[in-house]
Design a protein around this ligand. Structure first.
Ligand code: SAM
Length: 367
């Protein structure tokens, strides 16, 4: 076994904290599309396969994130729905290690070795094992249950937004809640949770805690908690039922991914270097969420310069911003046209709520 591989940092993101419905609307995927995406937890890339594009290249500079995408894809292609959900950790399962032994032959040797070295994460359900998810599973959710258990139980049982808004106002949204969110999401704690020197978080929103509080107010007033997989993970440390799973795990989508004939290429590289190596006019759709948390504004401008070069005519692009507010630089904003109506609507509707969503079209170069 390569010692280098066994020293690789454990996965940061093991499940989806984004809402793939937004990508799917913004990218209007077609069967002939060549798509370039960022891997992250792999869930967003997998969701794109539901529409069976011709090719998907999924890039991440963290090898573990790409190994995870390989594993999730192998699960969906080889296990039936019930077994897949059990293996990943949504449902109970007593023989995950045994199942992994059968799956690992279809992984690259480095991915197989990575998970061989992390048996405990496989046995406890890979979906909730990331360093980010473990913060919620081990710390945030138990604390929230202790302090607001009854209120959240009522919130997740609410069937209408009107009912939910009333419960949020009466049972949760008091000074203790506001103080916890304000101090819990300071720049310092976010860096502590993410604990990765690759992250260069630019904060354009002022107080991170105030911003997250405002977004939580928005989500409890605009989205039903019972349907929100990420909120459920944050508060309940699990998904409550099979209707409120991340997009790629919903039954019809799981089957569509299993059936897709898309050529999937998984690349471990810096997206900036990778995109610079691509030929002109080679990509139809770009799914770049949320790379802006990890790159500087100058790098983002450089990335978009390459996006215009490698895009086919009228290509579509989307990405999310967390604390950064990166927009298309003026030097290329005649080629990259933001779809403002869609960006604002999806920022409102996206159940992942801490992000703002950006959708744009890349116009052909005028000779
Ligand atoms: C903030 S995370 C997004 C995780 C996401 N919310 C999800 O559900 O998957 C961003 C991902 O992009 C990757 N990333 C960031 N900057 C990158 C770059 N320049 N090149 C390649 N990957 C990058 C990180 O390793 C991470 O997996």
């Amino acid at each position: 076994m390569s010692t280098e591989n066994s020293k690789e940092k454990w996965i940061l993101y093991s499940t989806c904290d984004e809402d793939s419905n937004s990508e799917i609307e913004a990218l209007a995927l077609q069967e002939g599309d060549v798509v370039l995406g960022v891997t992250g937890s792999g869930c967003r890339s997998l969701s794109l396969l539901v529409h069976n594009p011709k090719k998907l290249t999924s890039v991440d500079f963290s090898p573990g994130q790409n190994y995870l995408l390989e594993l999730k894809l192998a699960v969906i292609r080889q296990l039936d729905y019930d077994k897949g959900l059990a293996f990943l950790g949504v449902d109970n399962c007593s023989n995950r290690w045994e199942i992994f032994q059968a799956l690992k032959n279809s992984l690259t040797p480095r991915a197989a070795e990575y998970f061989e070295n992390n048996r405990k994460a496989i046995e406890s359900g890979i979906l909730f094992s990331g360093r980010h998810e473990q913060f919620y599973v081990r710390f945030a959710a138990p604390m929230l249950r202790l302090l607001f258990g009854k209120g959240f139980k009522r919130i997740f049982a609410a069937q209408t937004l009107e009912e939910q808004r009333k419960i949020y106002a009466s049972d949760i949204n008091k000074s203790l809640w506001r103080a916890i969110v304000r101090y819990g999401f300071s720049d310092f704690t976010i860096k502590l949770i993410l604990n990765d020197d690759k992250y260069k978080i630019t904060n354009d929103v002022g107080s991170a805690g105030e911003y997250v509080l405002e977004r939580l107010d928005h989500t409890f007033n605009a989205h039903l908690a019972k349907d929100n997989h990420w909120l459920s993970l944050m508060v309940n440390a699990r998904y409550l039922d099979r209707k409120s799973l991340p997009h790629f795990l919903l039954e019809e989508n799981y089957h569509a991914i299993a059936r897709s004939s898309t050529e999937v290429e998984v690349v471990t590289a810096n997206m900036l270097d990778y995109i610079a190596s691509l030929p002109d006019g080679s990509i139809d759709k770009f799914s770049l969420s949320d790379i802006t948390s990890c790159i500087t504004r100058d790098e983002f401008d450089r990335l978009l310069g390459d996006v215009t070069r490698v895009s086919k005519d009228n290509a579509l692009m989307c990405y999310r911003n967390f604390l950064a507010r990166y927009h298309v630089p003026s030097s290329i904003n005649r080629r990259i046209v933001r779809n403002s109506e869609m960006s604002e609507r999806l920022t409102h509707d996206d159940i992942s709520f801490v992000y703002t969503f950006e959708a744009a079209m890349i116009l052909p170069e005028i000779a």
